[in-house]
Design a binder for this molecule. Structure first.
Ligand SMILES: Cc1ncc(COP(=O)(O)O)c(C=O)c1O
Length: 379
């Protein structure tokens, strides 16, 4: 029997539900912090380095990481540091697009894409659902971008929740369409450091300034190194002009929401975290395959395409007969917490999202518990 919360953590993942609920929902990792990050943070505590953030060193560390891991020649002079990716998202939309204009998203997609547009910057949304539930619909995007009210495309790349890596050709098409119609692409690339099984991710801005000058990439070490609680994210401008528009537009108070610990941890992660990240990616790739085997054995009616990147498994549970809220039923009856697919948009109804950044025994226990719910409900 797997023990819930063996390390006594107190973050949202562990505290939101009762202690007997196996938490495979929010995108936090169960792994110990990378030793290089732990050391940097311990050192910071030892010198009482808990003042306001000082970001010097971070743009260069990010540029080194982008070059080594993604072949992306990123100009450190175009990096702006903020508290988190959601702040980076709302600031980018707010500063780069006209008031009242509409923002395109491609559901099923990370739920805060909906709420940030509707409730934080209070703009209309235009939805262009993924094709076959996985790929960007270029025809649909072309039609949406042609609308006079549309000013920006908020893209998840790689895509949360499906783990789809958008191909270079697809991204080039997106950029061409954006230029043709004067639309700004805001590429949320927080999952880009996590390609599985040796795949490559094409960073959107690596397509070059001619294609992507007006656009931005949003990136952070938060998902790849489990640093969400430390609050640090980066916006990269597609051109010096875009970066300076943002730098001038974003109030300095907003940028002070980045924490000193977040900056210190992110520099350590980007500069020295490769070995830990490689090991972690291997574990996640194995977990993604293990989940396929376990589902085939215990829940063959669940349809699952392993992610190409990320530690998110997107499971189609519609054939299980559990209705529109399978995650609620798995949690209430099976004591497994997953994300409810419907929160990712209408297209996610009947799906659940499962977090693979855990140990194989937890994944096995989760699937066994889910299967027991299904078998009990069909008796
Ligand atoms: C696509 C996407 N964007 C943004 C975030 C939030 O990242 P952060 O906590 O660094 O703001 C997440 C978190 O899971 C995410 O999946």
């Amino acid at each position: 029997m797997v023990t819930a919360n063996p390390t006594g953590r107190t973050s949202a993942k562990w505290k939101t539900f009762d202690p007997d609920v196996l938490p495979l929902w929010v995108a936090e990792m169960d792994y110990p912090l990378a030793p290089v990050i732990a050391r940097a943070l311990h050192d910071a505590i030892d010198r009482s380095d808990t003042g306001y953030r000082w970001v010097e060193g971070l743009p260069k560390a990010l540029a080194g990481f982008a070059h080594r891991r993604m072949g992306w020649e990123l100009d450190p002079g175009r990096v702006i540091v903020l508290g988190d990716v959601l702040a980076a998202m709302s600031e980018s939309m707010y500063r780069l697009t006209p008031a009242g204009s509409s923002i395109v998203i491609t559901p099923p997609v990370y739920p805060p894409f909906f709420s940030t547009v509707r409730r934080v910057i209070e703009r209309p949304l235009v939805e262009v659902p993924l094709l076959d539930g996985r790929e960007l619909d270029l025809g649909g995007l072309a039609r949406a971008f042609a609308r006079p009210d549309v000013s920006a495309f908020l893209m998840s790349s790689p895509h949360n929740p499906t783990g789809t890596i958008h191909s270079r050709a697809t991204l080039e098409q997106v950029a061409r369409l954006a230029r043709e119609h004067g639309v700004v692409v805001i590429a949320d690339e927080v999952w880009a450091p996590l390609p599985l099984d040796g795949r490559d991710v094409t960073p959107y801005l690596s397509l070059g300034e001619d294609l992507t000058g007006p656009d931005v990439s949003l990136i952070a070490a938060s998902k790849a190194f489990n640093l969400a609680g430390l609050k640090c994210a980066q916006i990269v401008g597609g051109s010096a002009q875009t970066a300076s528009t943002l730098r001038e537009g974003i109030p300095v108070e907003v940028t002070y929401a980045a924490s000193q610990f977040g900056v210190i941890a992110s520099i350590a992660a980007y500069a020295d975290g490769d070995e830990w990240l490689d090991g972690t990616l291997a574990v996640i790739s194995d977990n993604a395959r293990l989940l396929a085997d376990l589902l085939a054995t215990h829940l063959p009616a669940v349809s699952y395409t392993p992610p190409q990147a990320s530690y998110l498994a997107w499971l189609d549970c519609r054939a299980l007969g559990l209705g529109d809220e399978p995650a609620r039923i798995f949690r209430e009856r099976g004591r497994v917490a997953l994300n409810e697919g419907a929160e990712f948009g209408e297209q996610g109804r009947g799906f659940v999202r499962l977090n693979l950044a855990t140990t194989p025994d937890v994944i096995e226990e989760a699937v066994v518990r889910m299967a027991s719910v299904v078998h009990a409900s069909s008796c």
